[in-house]
Design a protein around this ligand. Structure first.
Ligand code: C2E
Ligand code: MG
Ligand code: MG
Ligand code: MG
Length: 279
């Protein structure tokens, strides 16, 4: 090509756009199928007390295995599911399935289920949660719902109203990925969260950026003065766990304690898949 023109550049751009749109449409169609054909599963990741190593609960993480055997990360499909509204039936599946599985466990561990802002904006969420608790027989105190800051930003009044209704059922509410949004502190003012999950990025940078240690300490102090327990996400090394222990962090979750895996109810040792957790 001698020189590019606006017209040809635009054509390339359009073609790229077209491919992205097509890829999204394909994933949306496949997602619809996935629900009908049992391609979803829940993998559980252990959460433990930093001080004692005791199991405090398990987080339910959605897994999608396509018929050809490929695993698709939630990062790749949750957004598309949200944009297409498919997150409503998928989210309902996760809630029901997580409660069903947990109700059959030999020990009554707490479970944490992720909620999309789209689900929070849906009129009937408290009624749905109530119905699923009754249907599965799971004690409401065993269920914790995780929401991210973005849900509080879109429509804070509506969200806090829904969260209050959920809390009235006896379930607890955790703030997920704390510290990554742009209004972290004000979200804490608008609702009494039962737990704050400090985003994994602070753990990742603990060894390389000295600021991270200072920020973690500040969040722990904040949790203490607000009387909200702090869980550190993404704990991968024992030196990170040691740091958290020295600083008085309440709970931890991460590959060091256990990778997400299937929970087999007959193995009452409390270990999902082949993972291990802190002694
Ligand atoms: P999240 O809720 O913050 O979940 C934690 C993510 O970090 C999980 O990724 C988990 O596998 C990963 N992780 C845990 N420990 C470590 C570690 O030590 N190192 C590293 N590098 N990663 C660790 P996953 O399962 O891929 O999920 C990604 C995100 O997708 C979740 O982030 C959550 O926002 C979303 N998600 C997963 N399941 C659901 C669901 O059922 N509903 C909704 N709405 N979102 C979900
Ligand atoms: Mg989560
Ligand atoms: Mg998280
Ligand atoms: Mg995270």
């Amino acid at each position: 090509r001698a020189k590019s023109s606006i017209a040809t550049d635009f054509c390339f751009y359009e073609e790229e756009m077209d491919q992205t749109v097509r890829a999204r449409r394909r994933i949306a169609t496949e997602l619809r199928d996935a629900l009908d054909h049992d391609q979803f599963a829940i993998h559980w990741q252990v959460q433990a007390s930093v001080e004692t190593g005791e199991i405090t609960g398990y987080e339910a993480l959605l897994r999608w295995t396509k018929p050809d055997g490929t695993n698709v990360s939630p990062f790749e499909f949750i957004t598309i599911a949200e944009q297409t509204g498919l997150i409503l039936p998928i989210g309902e599946w996760v809630l029901r399935r997580a409660c069903q599985e947990a109700a059959a466990w030999p020990l009554p561990w707490k479970i944490a289920v992720n909620l999309s802002p789209v689900q929070l904006g849906h009129v009937d969420l408290p009624r749905l949660v109530h119905q699923i608790l009754i249907e599965t027989g799971l004690a409401p105190t065993r269920l914790e719902l995780e929401i991210t800051e973005s849900a509080m930003i879109t429509d804070p009044e509506r969200t806090t109203h829904v969260l209050r209704q959920l809390k009235a059922l006896g379930v607890s509410i955790a703030m997920d990925d704390f510290g990554t949004g742009y209004s972290s502190l004000s979200t804490l003012r608008s609702f009494p969260f039962d737990k704050i999950k400090l985003d994994r990025s602070f753990m990742t940078e603990l060894d390389i950026a000295p600021q991270s240690a200072a920020i973690i300490r500040a969040v722990l102090a904040l949790g203490e003065s607000l009387a909200i327990p702090i869980l550190a996400e993404g704990v991968e090394t024992s030196s990170q766990l040691e740091f958290l222990r020295a600083e008085g962090c309440n709970e931890a979750q991460g590959y060091l304690l256990g990778r997400p895996g299937l929970m087999k109810p007959e193995e009452d040792v409390g270990e999902p898949g082949s993972s291990k957790h802190a002694a």
